[in-house]
Design a protein around this ligand. Structure first.
Ligand code: UDP
Length: 469
C-alpha cells in the first residue's frame, strides 16, 4: 500500500453556497469530529489514487476534515494485475454486467485474499485500536474482518450498485457477504443498492458529492475557459492566458496537450456535446459516438468530444486500453462526414490539477453534457456538469436517474435507444431557452443535495456513531 498526502484546505468556503441548515449541520459535524477523534485517526482506504470517482472524492474532501483538526489519512492498496482482473470482474458483476466472463471461484478467492492479507501487514502497522477505517468499494472489502479483529471500527462504503439485482450481482454479493457483514456499518450511495442479507440497522445511505471549490469545479471566466481548451489542444479558440485561479489563492497554468484523434480541431464557435469518462464499456462511448453521428443532424453544426484519461493510467482498470482502442476503431469506421464532427481526447493525467481544470473547461464549454452509461453507481460527471448549469442527457438508471429529474434538471434517456438519445441531443441543441432553464434547475439540485458539506456531515456523524465509547 502507499499513502496519499492530504493537503489541509480551509473548511469555511461554503458559507454562500449552501442552505443555512446544511451549513449549521456541517459546522457542528466538524467541531464534534475534531473533539470525538482526538487521539484517533479516520482512515480511508481505496484502490486507486487517481482516475475515477472515489479518488476524486477523497482527493478534494479529506483536506477540509484535516484542516478542521481531525487526523485523517488516505492509503491506497497495491495489487498486481491478477488482483485487479479479479476486482474488475467483481465490479462489473455488481453492476450486473458480465465483463470478461471469467469465473469467481476458489482460485480467484485465493488471489483476492492473498493480496489483501499482504496489504493488511502494512496497514496493521499503523492502524490503532479505536481508529475508524473507511474501506471503499469491493477491492477493499476483504480487509473488513481483519481490521475489526485488530480493534478498528470499520465502515465499508460501496460506491456501486444495480437498480434491480440479477443473478450475476447476487452471486457476487455471495462472494463478499461474510466480510461485509463483519463491518460496523455499511454505506451505499442509493437505497436500491443495499445488498440482501445485511443488517439494515447497520446500513446508511449517503450519496456522493462534488467539491465546488476543487479545480474540477472552480468558477472560470469565459476567456480563461477558451484559453485552457486552446492550450490543451482540445478546441480551436482565441489564444489567451490559460492560467486558472484556484480557490486556495494559487493558480495553475495549462501546458500539457491532450492527444486528439480528429481530422481538425473543434471550430471555436461550434455547438458542443461532451462526455467525459474513463474508457470503459459501461460508459458506452460507442453508443454516444454512434447515436450522435446518426441522430444529430449536420445542419446543427454540432461536434462531439469524447474525453477520457490517457490510457494505462488508471491502475485498477485493466480494461481501459481495450475499451479505448474499440472507440478509436469505431471513429475510424465512421463515414468521413461524420468523422469530422467527432473528436476523441486523451487527457494527460501526470498533473491532476491541470487535468481537472481541462475537464472543468470542457464541461463549461459544452452546450450539452452526456453520460450515456449502461450502468452507473452515481455518476460524478453528471453532478459536475449540473453544477456548471449544463443540460445533461443521461441514462435513465442508477445514480444518474437519482440526480436528474427528467425534463426539469436534465434529460433522461433509455440507454439502448440510440435514436431517442440523438433526439434528446438535438432538442437541447436547438432550444436555447430550454437548455438554459434546465441548467439553472440542475445547479439548484446539486446545491441542495450533492455538495461536500452534505456528504462530510453524514460521514462524520456515522463515523462518530460507530466509534462512540
Ligand atoms: N475524470 C477526470 N478525467 C478524465 C475522466 C474522468 O477527471 O479524463 C473524472 C470525472 O470528472 C469524475 C470522475 O473522474 O470526477 C469519474 O467519476 P464518475 O462517478 O463519473 O465515474 P467512475 O469513473 O467512478 O465510474
Amino acid at each position: 500500500m502507499h499513502e496519499v498526502p492530504i493537503t489541509p484546505q480551509r473548511p469555511d468556503g461554503f458559507d454562500d453556497l449552501i442552505e443555512a441548515d446544511a451549513l449549521a449541520r456541517y459546522r457542528l459535524a466538524l467541531t464534534e469530529a475534531a473533539e470525538g477523534f482526538r487521539g484517533r485517526t479516520w482512515w480511508h482506504v481505496n484502490s486507486a489514487s487517481e482516475g475515477g470517482g472515489v479518488a476524486e472524492l477523497l482527493r478534494s474532501l479529506l483536506g477540509y476534515v484535516a484542516a478542521a483538526g481531525v487526523d485523517t489519512r488516505w492509503v491506497v492498496i497495491d495489487g498486481d494485475p491478477t488482483f485487479f482482473e479479479v476486482t474488475k470482474r467483481i465490479h462489473n458483476r455488481l453492476h450486473g454486467a458480465e465483463g470478461d466472463r471469467g469465473p469467481l471461484g476458489t482460485p480467484e478467492r485465493a488471489v483476492y485474499d492473498a493480496t489483501l492479507r499482504r496489504e493488511l501487514q502494512a496497514l496493521a502497522g499503523v492502524v490503532q485500536p479505536g481508529d475508524v477505517v473507511a474501506l471503499h468499494d469491493p477491492q477493499t472489502a476483504g480487509l473488513i474482518p481483519l481490521l475489526t479483529a485488530a480493534g478498528a471500527h470499520v465502515i465499508w462504503i460501496c460506491h456501486i450498485g444495480i437498480d434491480v439485482p440479477n443473478e450475476l450481482a447476487r452471486d457476487t454479493w455471495a462472494f463478499l457477504l461474510d466480510e461485509v457483514r463483519a463491518a460496523d456499518a455499511c454505506v451505499f450511495t442509493r437505497g436500491p443498492y443495499v445488498w440482501e442479507g445485511l443488517d439494515r440497522s447497520a446500513v446508511a445511505i449517503i450519496p456522493p458529492c462534488i467539491d465546488a471549490a476543487s479545480p474540477k469545479n472552480v468558477p472560470m471566466e469565459h476567456p480563461t475557459m477558451e484559453a485552457v481548451l486552446a492550450a490543451a489542444g482540445v478546441i480551436e479558440a482565441p489564444v489567451g492566458d490559460p492560467t486558472v485561479p484556484l480557490a486556495d489563492g494559487s493558480s495553475v497554468r495549462v501546458r500539457r496537450r491532450a492527444e486528439m484523434l480528429e481530422h481538425a480541431p473543434v471550430p471555436a464557435t461550434a455547438p458542443l456535446v461532451v462526455q467525459v469518462s474513463r474508457w470503459d464499456r459501461l460508459k458506452d462511448p460507442l453508443g454516444v459516438l454512434t447515436g450522435f453521428a446518426a441522430g444529430v443532424h449536420p445542419e446543427l453544426g454540432a461536434h462531439l468530444v469524447l474525453a477520457g484519461p490517457q490510457v494505462d493510467t488508471v491502475s485498477d482498470d485493466p480494461e481501459g486500453a481495450e475499451a479505448h482502442s474499440e472507440v478509436r476503431a469505431a471513429w475510424g469506421a465512421l463515414p468521413h462526414a461524420e468523422r469530422t464532427r467527432v473528436h476523441l481526447a486523451s487527457l494527460p493525467v501526470d498533473d491532476l490539477v491541470e487535468n481537472a481544470v481541462v475537464v472543468n473547461a470542457l464541461q463549461r464549454r459544452a452546450d450539452v453534457v452526456v453520460q450515456k452509461s449502461l450502468a452507473e453507481g452515481f455518476g460524478l460527471t453528471v453532478t459536475e456538469a449540473m453544477w456548471k448549469e449544463r443540460p445533461v442527457v443521461g441514462s435513465r438508471l442508477g445514480g444518474i436517474a437519482e440526480q436528474i429529474e427528467h425534463g426539469r434538471s436534465g434529460w433522461l434517456v433509455d440507454p439502448t435507444d440510440l435514436a431517442g438519445f440523438g433526439e434528446a441531443l438535438s432538442t437541447l441543441l436547438r432550444d436555447d431557452q430550454l437548455a438554459l432553464e434546465i441548467g439553472h434547475a440542475a445547479r439548484h439540485r446539486v446545491r441542495s443535495r450533492f455538495l461536500a458539506p452534505h456528504f462530510l456531515s453524514a460521514h462524520l456523524e456515522l463515523a462518530l456513531r460507530v466509534s462512540a465509547p
